[in-house]
Design a binder for this molecule. Sequence first.
Ligand SMILES: [Mg+2]
Length: 369
Amino acid sequence: MRVEEVELRQLRMTLEHPFETSFGATRERRVTIVRVRDGRDAGYGEVTAAEGPFFSHETYETAWHVLSDFIVPWTLGREFASPAEFPETVRRVRGHPMAKAGLENALWDLAAKQRQVPLWKLLGGVRPRIACGVSIGIQPSIEALLARIRAELEDGYRRVKIKIKPGLDVDVVGAVREAFPELPLMADANAAYTLADAGLFASLDAFGLTMVEQPFHYDDMVDHAALQSRISTPVCLDESIRSAEDARKAIEIGACRVVNVKLGRVGGHTAARAVHDACAERQVPVWCGGMLESGIGRAHNVALSTLENFTLPGDVAASRRYWARDIVEPEIEVTPDGEIQPSPDPGIGYAVRQDRIDGWTVRRRTFTA
Ligand SMILES: [Mg+2]
């Protein structure tokens, strides 16, 4: 395929509910959409960089800059036999995986549309249904959290992830476990602790969590290995895993027993596949994390989650859990028993709502070859 045109857009979208983690609360989102054209079809990707440099160093503004001034100019007019060639094109850019992923994933959607196949099949997916979990942000009270979990279970979701931070951890997990003794439950610390808190994590062993996610510093592996050797709950790494090499090293030193794969964090479908494979070779299961995506990023997450080693429910939930109105049609829905069926249609399998994209655009730039 030859890249004839790339369009970048920033949309202003408002979440249904504020989402709070140990980084702070988010309500207004600035969603960056990348559209790639080959002259006939259009492919879509989403940049998952957030409003502030807290989950990662990237923000929607750094991604706009790196895409506009480097990544897009290097891609325009290029001929790709496969989108898997894209990472080599942008290898000179160190870091900025979310900016790279936005464009690479648009190329994957385009390639699947050209071949008239669903993206999940082009990626090598094997799962006709994916199991869905939910990630619940920090709530104002334990009562509010329990009510929120009850509502999610009624909607069919199969596993619940709660966010913890210092001061809102052991008591919160204990209260949830007491109310829901059988629930597959995990806790995400978003790097809010240090090895000095190992005793706190050892006390969480009593609650039978399926895993504890990223307790320590965002680029640490060594202290995570020390923690994993002291607790029975599996450690899952998120922020610390930026590549297949990171996954290999983390597993080899015993820093984790589960890996969260995020397209933006690792730099697109090609890198995500490599992380998946590195984990599969070492019998480490993976699941797909979420970044408060619009329907476009969400559809890419659904496609990724159909790969064989995605054996654990991810944070891939229905559109309406996040947005009153989404930018894809149909919206992404979860069945009453908590599954998403990947679309049989070509590409990401969901049409974009151009009227809503136009209405919510706050910034736009088009580049032509
Ligand atoms: Mg996480």
